[in-house]
Design a protein around this ligand. Structure first.
Ligand code: ZN
Length: 223
């Protein structure tokens, strides 16, 4: 169903419903065998793989990293609303890679990159930075990344959006860095402030934001 046919209420309800899969068990992952997937990463009609690596509490370098709430559900909503693919890491305790996502997750990203998909890595940041969105373009942004960033900057004109400040996606534990430097693929990191990931308490603002960013991805895809 094209985005224009989905009402704001349905979009928001979908986001809230899907978040229950994460919040039900206090953001501790139960089924750690399979990552949550939307669409087929190897479908040649798709161009983007939305990723949410931090939807559950997990370990990074043996330290607990608490979940980026509403990013696992956002990944699924955006993939569906734009007709693209999505993957949410279920953060396995056993056999995690050093980044904490799980080797299976990294292999799935690798497959998507070899199928020429642009990786859009979704994260949550605190409100304390005074921003709504921070786009991290990484060490080696490609033409596709720059085109998407241009779309987002245009469409998110009513929001406080920064590029690379304070999150540039240069750290070796970021998916964007992994994709750009190890796989030589296209990736961009998007950090979203917590007030725009709070549809329970801030439904109107979050609903408008969700539609605005989904539209922007659709516009990029149509270019
Ligand atoms: Zn994160």
């Amino acid at each position: 169903m094209p985005l224009s046919d989905i009402s704001n209420k349905d979009l928001l309800d979908n986001w809230l419903d899907l978040e229950c899969n994460f919040s039900n068990n206090h953001y501790n992952s139960i089924n750690q065998i399979n990552n949550i997937e939307i669409g087929q990463a190897n479908d040649s009609s798709r161009k983007i793989l939305f990723c949410a690596p931090h939807a559950f509490n997990h370990f990074r370098y043996n330290k607990i990293k608490v979940a980026d709430i509403f990013t696992g559900s956002l990944c699924q909503v955006l993939a569906k609303a734009t007709g693209q693919s999505g993957i949410v890491s279920t953060c396995p305790d056993n056999n995690p890679d050093y980044m904490g996502f799980g080797y299976k997750y990294l292999h799935q990203i690798e497959r998507a990159v070899s199928n020429k998909l642009l990786i859009v890595d979704l994260h949550g940041m605190s409100n304390k930075y005074g921003l709504d969105v921070c786009i991290g373009v990484g060490a080696n942004p490609s033409i596709r990344v720059n085109q998407l960033v241009k779309c987002l900057m245009n469409d998110l004109v009513d929001y406080r959006v920064s590029i690379n400040e304070p999150f540039a996606a240069l750290a070796e534990y970021t998916i964007t860095n992994f994709v750009q430097t190890k796989l030589l693929g296209d990736a961009v990191q998007i950090e979203i402030a917590s007030k725009l990931r709070d549809p329970t308490n801030n439904p109107i603002e979050c609903g408008v934001f969700l539609r605005t960013i989904a539209k922007s991805f659709s516009r990029y895809l149509a270019e």
